[in-house]
Write a protein that binds this ligand. Structure first.
Ligand SMILES: [Zn+2]
Length: 292
């Protein structure tokens, strides 16, 4: 059984009058210790049991947003450019046409060519890998040539800085072909991307990481991305070892949870293999998801 069996290709809900679709672009398996940072294994393995290589399954969930003036795709999974060794190390299963991302977009009722805006939370390979694809001739090209691609300006600069600590995560073939095609729209700080869709800086995982809010008729959803990858990471100190600035993540998360509780946000979890979204429980001791 492949780890994503049981995960529907897509599922949908609404935020006010905007329809959103959780798009399952496959799964990856990452080291459980790295996923939970300083949290001791006896604590995290009770919530998420690891395999014999100490890896835990993670969704590659993207979000398709039917905003009033544009069809927006938030993040793009891993893509089809990596070799077998890479796919084995990271336990990636994302086969499809050309990947499971595109299959899931069709499952939600659209063609990949319908996407107007590709929004990247950051440029790590499991978020921007599907920004480009390799064709039958071996040429790497943008996967959504009609779309404009949006990321924080300084995230792109940071991805290009390629030091020893970060370069395994930032693969130039995921973002340079987008640049060569002139498709980037680079934003700084909070920005309205299209009516109803806003990016908000949530630094820590990377210095220029951003989350995405969808707002309509007073309702708000927030695609958290790696500031809180799974529901197990909701408690403030449960922060990934991958994070470059964990204390900054802590404050990003604290600010988000305050707002999420005050305004009853629908929180979308990108890497949780079971739970695509949920709301915080105002009656919980600390922060926890509402059970409903
Ligand atoms: Zn990630």
């Amino acid at each position: 059984m492949t780890p994503h069996e049981g995960l529907p290709l897509s599922r949908s809900t609404t935020v006010g009058s905007i329809k959103i679709h959780g798009i399952e672009a496959g799964v990856q398996q990452l080291d459980g210790g790295a996923m939970f940072g300083v949290v001791p294994k006896p604590l995290w393995e009770r919530r998420v049991p690891p395999d014999h290589r100490n890896r835990i399954p993670l969704a590659l969930r993207c979000l398709l947003v039917e905003a009033p003036e544009a069809l927006v795709l938030v993040d793009t999974g891993i893509g089809n450019k990596e070799d077998e060794k890479f796919m084995d190390i990271y336990g990636v299963t994302n086969r499809g046409d050309p990947t499971r991302l595109e299959d899931a977009i069709r499952h939600a009722g659209f063609e990949p060519s319908d996407v107007d805006i590709v929004l990247n939370t950051h440029l790590h390979f499991d978020h921007a890998g599907g920004d480009t694809f390799v064709d039958a001739e071996g040429t790497v090209r943008p996967s959504f040539p009609r779309a404009r691609y949006v990321v924080q300006r300084r995230e792109l600069g940071f991805a290009r800085s390629q030091n020893e600590r970060i370069r395994a995560s930032y693969l130039p073939h995921n973002f340079e072909p987008v640049d060569a095609a002139g498709l980037w729209t680079l934003v700084e700080g909070v920005a309205l991307v299209t009516k109803g869709v806003r990016v908000i800086p949530t630094p820590g995982h990377t210095p220029f990481h951003q989350s995405v809010t969808i707002e309509s008729d007073g309702a708000v959803a927030c695609f958290l991305a790696d500031v809180c990858p799974t529901t197990a990471h909701i408690p403030l100190p449960w922060i990934m070892g991958y994070d470059l600035e964990p204390l900054v993540t802590l404050e990003s998360k604290r600010g988000l949870w305050k707002q999420a509780l005050a305004d009853d946000w629908l929180l979308v979890f990108q890497h949780d293999p079971r739970t695509p979204w949920g709301r915080l429980d105002p009656d919980a001791d600390g922060y926890a998801l509402r059970r409903d």
